[in-house]
Design a protein around this ligand. Structure first.
Ligand code: TYD
Ligand code: MG
Length: 455
């Protein structure tokens, strides 16, 4: 009997499935993202019904596990975010806004690995750009003589056939949304194409033991376009972030089966490509002007590395009936919380004030440890009194106004000391760590004591 195919409607942003077409996806609230998809096997079980499954053999948890010899690229920041180098046979998804530098970064990685040894074969397969465009970029980056094998195609079938005959170390697919498998009945970039192409390529990478990089487009909301399942299929998901106007770029690991997440790699986009930044704190603080109100230096931790950033706040009389709150680089809900705590516990009033908050340098901070620095910046702007230029701050604020301990206070202070800061405001409870003797610091237990700093 011929296999019946039935149709279902799938949102290409979040993967939600509907029986009928509709203009708006109820799940992710996007418009015009629902596409028709044909299901093979009539949508029911596609197991051949006559053939019985085989018994699975269970093994104990203890036993010899394979260890991975990681491949060190000669880009240290890449090694850092991937947890110490690339793991052979792993698939890495790199997402980011258009024009942020994904193709540039991966061409540099590809050339970097190819230059390491004559035995390393590195394929760069572009589905988005023609050969000439990639060559021009390679010339600009000074990599034109690297032994990278370049191709421009979108046919996964051809890629699989070629890779099958070769023995590559690294394969880069730029981008997964342009790839196409002819036996899947939908357009490139659709949920089923992305899923099927990624599945074929990842399976091949695991079998042949090469490192597979997939470039993924992101949606307006910043998630990787296509089914969420793509993020589940790969071993590592890296996001390449940065503000358009800034030249800093941050590569952030959000999922990593072979290392820690939330590790970041910092790069600077220059006219000759992406350059690693060894000391991000120095870079983020480079343009800081001393002795201005509304500025506070936060000693943060990104992954395993301490990073100092300047938090800038501007509090001004509002001309609107409901005052404005604008935040760049931090969570706006957290700013609302900090302002509410300052109002309730310190008697401050922001109801007729606009509040703007900016993390200088284009870094996005998600640590709650930044609360205290944000509060200090806001109070400094409100009272128009600058904080000492050589002071760093960290601590989490609770709803009752208490300042809570944060992780690794000594590491934060050490970095601050290295950069020439000489005092700090920290939570009273230093956490489990021993008190630090690196530099002088003031302990604060509650936000109501903050105002003393500005009298
Ligand atoms: P690209 O890698 O093409 O971005 P993506 O693949 O994420 O879409 O990067 C494009 C931007 O980077 C482009 O706006 C120009 C800039 N750029 C530089 O500033 N310096 C360089 O050496 C290169 C190659 C690109
Ligand atoms: Mg690109």
């Amino acid at each position: 009997m011929a296999k019946k195919s039935i149709v279902e409607y799938v949102c290409n942003q979040c993967g939600a499935v509907y029986p009928k077409w509709q203009g708006k996806c109820d799940s992710c609230e996007q418009w015009n993202t629902i596409e028709e998809e044909k299901l093979q096997g009539g949508g029911f079980s596609i197991l051949p019904n006559k053939k019985k499954g085989e018994m699975i053999e269970f093994v104990p948890l203890s036993g010899n596990a394979q260890t991975y010899d990681r491949l060190k690229t000669n880009i240290k920041e890449i090694d850092r975010v991937t947890g110490g180098g690339l793991v052979p046979g792993s698939a890495i998804l790199v997402g980011g806004d258009p024009g942020i530098g994904k193709s540039t970064l991966l061409l540099q990685v590809c050339a970097g690995v190819a230059n390491l040894s004559k035995d390393y074969e590195c394929f760069y397969i572009s589905g988005e750009e023609a050969i000439d465009q990639v060559r021009i970029r390679a010339q600009r980056l000074g990599l034109a003589n690297s032994p990278v094998k370049l191709a421009s195609t979108t046919e996964v079938k051809d890629i699989v056939a070629t890779v099958e005959k070769a023995n590559p170390t690294v394969v880069i697919i730029d981008s997964i949304q342009t790839m196409y498998l002819e036996n899947v009945e939908s357009t490139p970039g659709s949920v089923s194409q992305v899923r099927a192409c990624a599945y074929e390529l990842i399976k091949l990478a695991k079998r042949k033991g090469f490192v597979l990089f997939l470039v993924g487009h992101v949606t307006k909301q910043g998630a990787i376009a296509g089914p969420r399942i793509l993020e589940h299929m790969v071993d590592t998901v890296l996001y390449f972030e940065g503000e358009r106007g800034h030249h800093f770029r941050i590569l952030r690991a959000v999922k990593n089966r072979y290392g820690a997440t939330d590790e970041i790699g910092v790069f600077e986009m220059q006219d000759k490509g992406l350059v690693e930044v060894e000391n991000p704190s120095a870079l983020f603080l480079a343009e800081r002007q001393g002795n201005v109100s509304g500025s506070c230096v936060f000693a943060g931790i990104e992954g395993s590395r301490p990073v100092l950033v300047e938090i800038q706040a501007l509090v001004s009389q509002s001309g609107y009936s409901s005052p404005k709150r604008a935040v760049v680089g931090w969570d706006s809900n957290r700013l609302a919380m900090v302002l509410a705590v300052l109002e309730a516990r310190c008697g401050m009033n922001f109801s007729s004030q606009d509040v703007y908050l900016n993390i200088a340098g284009g870094l996005k901070i998600s640590e709650p440890a930044a609360d205290l620095a944000v509060a200090m910046a806001v109070i400094s702007s409100l009272t128009n009194k600058p904080l000492p230029a050589d002071m760093v701050v960290f601590g989490e604020i609770g709803l009752s106004g208490e300042i809570r301990a944060v992780t690794q206070p000594s590491l934060r202070l050490k970095e601050a000391c290295k950069l020439g800061f000489s005092n700090a405001i920290v939570p009273t409870s230093f956490g489990k760590e021993k008190k630090s003797d690196i530099m002088s610091y003031y302990e604060i237990g509650n936000v109501n004591r903050l105002i003393n700093w500005f009298n």
